[in-house]
Design a protein around this ligand. Structure first.
Ligand SMILES: [Zn+2]
Length: 627
């Protein structure tokens, strides 16, 4: 990671003694004018100062575990103290640190191959010596010495997907090492490829191997696959520990050596599988045992949640669920070094200010808390500013796993993530399916607020509201929609709509008041999780070099840019183009596009239909292989 840099304060050169008093008088006058103007400003908005502070260069984009994040947490601690917030029961501090993994690297994984059959001769066991392997980022650390079973692509498609496929159907892999091919059958027809792609993610394959009793999984990119014979790069992974199985990738040469004594070849074995015939099976590599040494080094860092509470102003004895919680994540992407940036190539490495994402939500939480701090309260109000959200909801999850207050004593949780870019008076409220009371409370509170509410029942959102829903806390999430500056350095404080942000503060305060005042706490309703799509992004093998622009108003895939020298640039695509069709598939949104990527073939030209300045155009794009 890039070491965060701290800006140095500039020192003024000394004035000459003669002019000093005049300047002092003038400066004092100017200062009064400035203070008066700032005073008016502050009155106009209760959120602007917080957004401008959090999104300032001083905090360097607030990447969890960075110096910038720690400085931002100092700011938030000071703000909570001003409001009179107290540390949670049993805590000394408003700052609640948590440890997480900020990255992984290989610590010297190896593979050894031995023969146990007659080929080994009188010694009974011939050892080939160790060669380097590379651990998968989610691997357990450890050593496994066991016979090897080739399990094809190692894919298990769950029932109900319209296509049955189980690489383990005819194999006994209990206590064995499975050798699997990376990716999925290369020659399958489009529809089948799309299904298989969803279950080809290596994490998913490792889970299948573990469930079938295998002790370790070895992955090789087959000779007929993209990146043939190459080790799998380690990916960014924030898990604190391994996924319960030893998993490494090996080179094509090592895989060949495993196959050699069996009289079969990896290439033939792959060919037999590549039309995705569900009856083509793997087989034990007779007489072969492997010695897998997996070593993953996980870089630990410390992130900081900032959490306090405003105590109830009347005794809460006898009150059902005497706590209400407000929360927002304050961390962001730093300079984009964790890989989740959407910055174009000209902006790469710059500070991602995260004014909307999520200085806006943090400011809203401070704003609601400031309002509630001046009023009588019948329940304790938790004020939570989470870190590590951008790396996978790590901060809120750390809080909910070991909550200083019993989580079932929370009457409700209100989350604010990206609430500073309201358009046409539209406010999205998520997770309303988590309690039957939300419909009525929102309706009542909105009489004064007058938003055009877009209500979404689904609590499985990519933000901290998901954490509290999983803990069975009735929750709401506020959101004003995504935009072209999402996850880019251009998400800056000057683009925030402070007037509407303040209206959201008033609206949310009214909702908290209703929860606080009710004798009964809202009931929790469990919302069924939508069907998992399995593989996800890591399963995508093709590389197109497009940089999507997450704008809501466009039908199709709006390009925020293209990667220099990538397939999209070579196809003549550029920033501002809207892809509406690729390889015969209509693209209405980013999900359609992701789905379409599954069926593209590496090196095979695909027709792309796109809009440029209102005119329909066509080009041909040849996808490359993603590393
Ligand atoms: Zn974000």
């Amino acid at each position: 990671m890039i070491q965060p840099r701290r800006p140095h304060g500039r020192t003024q050169s000394a004035q000459s003694a003669q002019s000093q008093s005049f300047f002092a008088a003038f400066a004092a006058f100017a200062l009064i004018v400035v203070i008066a103007a700032a005073g008016l400003h502050a009155q106009a908005s209760r959120t602007r100062a917080h957004v401008e502070a959090l999104a300032s260069p001083r905090f360097e984009g607030r990447l969890a575990g960075s110096d910038g994040e720690r400085l931002a947490s100092d700011y938030l601690v000071a703000e909570l103290q001003k409001l009179g917030a107290k540390p949670l029961p049993g805590q000394q501090d408003l700052r609640l640190p948590f440890e997480f993994t900020a990255g992984t690297k290989d610590g010297g994984s190896t593979i050894g191959i031995s023969l146990t059959n007659a080929a080994a001769g009188a010694e009974g066991r011939a050892n080939s010596g160790r060669t380097p392997a590379r651990a998968l980022s989610f691997s357990d650390n450890g050593d496994v010495d066991a016979p090897v079973v080739f399990a094809g692509y190692g894919i298990v498609v769950p029932e109900g997907q319209g296509f049955g496929y189980d690489s383990y159907a005819t194999l006994d892999v209990k206590d064995k090492i499975v050798l699997v091919l990376r990716y999925f059958p290369e020659d399958a027809e489009q529809k089948t490829r799309a299904i298989l792609a969803r279950y080809a993610d290596l994490r998913y394959k490792a889970m299948a191997a573990r469930q079938h009793g295998a002790k370790a999984m070895i992955v090789v990119a087959g000779p007929r696959s993209p990146n043939a014979g190459e080790l799998v790069p380690m990916t960014f992974d924030t898990a604190l520990a391994g996924s319960g199985i030893v998993a490494v990738s090996i080179t094509g040469d090592d895989a060949k050596r495993m196959f050699a004594p069996t009289g079969k070849t990896l290439e033939d074995a792959q060919k037999a599988l590549d039309d995705a015939n569900p009856h083509a099976a793997g087989f034990a590599l007779a007489g072969i045992t492997a010695q897998v040494h997996a070593a993953v080094e996980r870089e630990k860092r410390t992130g900081h949640n900032v959490v306090g509470y405003l105590p109830a102003t009347v005794p809460v004895a006898g009150v059902a669920k005497p706590w209400v919680a407000l929360g927002a994540h304050y961390d962001h992407l730093g300079h984009g070094e964790a890989g989740n940036t959407l910055a174009g190539k000209d902006d790469a490495g710059k500070i991602h200010f995260g004014a909307d994402d999520n200085a806006s939500g943090s400011a809203a939480v401070l704003g609601v808390a400031a309002t509630l701090a001046k009023e009588p309260r019948r329940r304790n109000v938790i004020v939570g500013l989470w870190s590590g959200e951008e790396l996978g909801l790590i901060g809120s999850a750390a809080f909910a796993t070991k909550p200083p207050v019993p989580i079932d004593a929370l009457a409700a949780y209100l989350n604010f993530d990206m609430v500073g870019r309201m358009q046409d008076n539209k406010l999205t409220v998520q997770a309303t399916g988590t309690s039957p009371v939300w419909g009525r409370i929102l309706e009542q509170a909105n009489i004064a607020a007058g938003f055009d509410l877009a209500v979404q029942a689904d609590p499985y959102q990519p933000t901290d509201v998901a954490t509290f829903n999983l803990a069975s806390v009735p929750s709401l999430g506020f959101f004003t929609g995504t935009h072209a500056d999402y996850h880019k350095p251009s998400d800056t404080a000057d683009k925030i709509d402070y007037e509407d942000l303040d209206r959201i503060v008033d609206f949310a305060a009214a909702i908290v008041r209703r929860i606080e005042d009710a004798a009964e706490a809202p009931a929790f309703t469990k919302v069924d999780q939508p069907v998992q799509s399995g593989g996800g992004r890591a399963g995508v093998r093709v590389y197109t070099g497009t940089i999507p622009d997450y704008s809501t108003e466009v039908k199709g895939l709006l390009l925020g840019g293209v990667v220099g020298g990538g397939p999209a640039e070579q196809a003549g695509l550029k920033k501002g183009d809207v892809i509406v069709e690729i390889a015969g598939q209509t693209i209405a949104n980013i999900y359609d596009y992701t789905y379409a990527l599954d069926v593209l073939k590496i090196g095979q030209p695909a027709k792309v239909v796109y809009m440029r300045e209102g005119k329909k155009n066509e080009t041909t794009l040849t996808p490359g292989a993603r590393k």
